[in-house]
Design a binder for this molecule. Structure first.
Ligand code: CUA
Length: 334
């Protein structure tokens, strides 16, 4: 017979399930599973707050239990003087100590997050929030990419954050806490990954219809791999090598594509949408909207708004042969 939710067994089951689900959040892509400098600061603060709150809760519950017990035994005679001292200590002194202590710990975290975390020379990176995608620029080489950031493991990366429109928030749960992008202001976030890996990031400030599809990926890789990647995205795009790819480039340059998108080394220099110089190697299309497969890319080009309704890119009614050529060219841009 199934247990009623209100029964002791049912309640225990609910508690166990909730605990397992909550602990599940501690692994994987969670801020409680930090793999870098900033996230670790926040996690430390989180655990401080957790243990202090737990201690306060346990102490309060012990007092409640004690009071109930005394009431049950009708042992409720308290002299006025005792009560005043008790209230002063537990109601004023204890909360003051706890709150000031917790405030000091959070202040320490805040200062640590706002200052250069040390380590090797900072890699400079500029990130601009757009509705609804991220543009990343490496000023050292002029490389521009979208929704995907590569960083060298163990090196400190200074991320200068701005916005092209509204307030967004740059958040990589396992590496760096949320930092808002605010119009007319440059905010700084620090990234430093302890180990190689792929770390999902997302917009953490509600910014309109497609806020939930404003994801990006941080790829932390060994220094040589990072520099090879940077060289590749900094140079001109790979040249088309088959007749179909050459036709695809022609379609790109002569259709609406080039009005909004740039491909380095070609006549396409649009600056409205994401740079597509290495679109073939990106992890997703549309800032996490769909996986980067040739089929999804075809659907995206034909009518991106069926996949991401708020997206700015208008439908592109291309002839079938043109679309095939365009796809062959774009997927070759690795
Ligand atoms: Cu950008 Cu939410």
């Amino acid at each position: 017979m199934p247990r009623a939710v209100g029964s002791p067994g049912g309640r225990l089951g609910a508690v166990v399930t909730t605990t397992i689900v909550a602990l599940g959040g501690c692994s994987g892509n969670s801020a409680l599973n930090p793999k870098g400098y900033g996230a670790r600061q926040v996690t430390t603060l989180w655990w401080w707050l957790f243990w202090v709150s737990l201690a306060v809760w346990v102490i309060v519950m012990l007092f409640v239990g004690w009071a109930l017990l005394r009431r049950q035994r009708r042992d409720v005679t308290v002299r006025g003087g005792d009560a005043r001292g008790f209230v002063a200590i537990t109601g004023i002194v204890a909360p003051l100590v706890v709150l000031v202590g917790v405030y000091a710990v959070s202040l320490r975290t805040q200062v640590a997050l706002g200052s250069f975390p040390g380590g090797r020379d900072a890699v400079e990176l500029e990130v601009v929030g757009h509705r609804w995608w991220w543009q990343a620029r490496y000023p050292a080489t002029g490389a521009v990419t979208a929704n995907e950031i590569h960083i060298p493991v163990g090196e400190t990366v200074r991320v200068r954050l701005t916005t092209a429109d509204v307030i967004h928030s740059f958040w990589v749960p396992q590496l760096a806490p949320k930092t808002d992008t605010v119009a007319g202001q440059v905010n700084t976030a620090w990234l430093r990954a302890d180990r190689a890996g792929r770390y999902p990031g997302r917009c953490a400030e509600y910014c309109g219809l497609e806020h939930a599809m404003m994801d990006f990926l941080v790829v932390a890789e060994p220094a040589e791999e990072y520099r090879a990647w940077l060289r590749r995205v900094s140079g001109p795009a790979r040249s088309p090598s088959t007749p179909q790819e050459r036709e695809g480039l022609r379609v790109f340059e002569t259709s609406d594509c080039a009005a909004c998108h740039a491909i380095s080394g070609t006549r396409a220099r649009g600056r409205v949408g994401p740079d597509l110089t290495t679109i073939g190697s990106r992890w997703s299309i549309g800032a996490g909207a769909v996986p980067n497969t040739i089929g999804d890319l075809g659907g995206w080009i034909s009518n991106a708004r069926t996949l991401k309704p708020g997206n700015a890119m208008p439908p592109q009614p291309l002839a079938a042969a043109d679309l095939q050529a365009l796809l062959a060219y774009l997927v070759s841009l690795k």
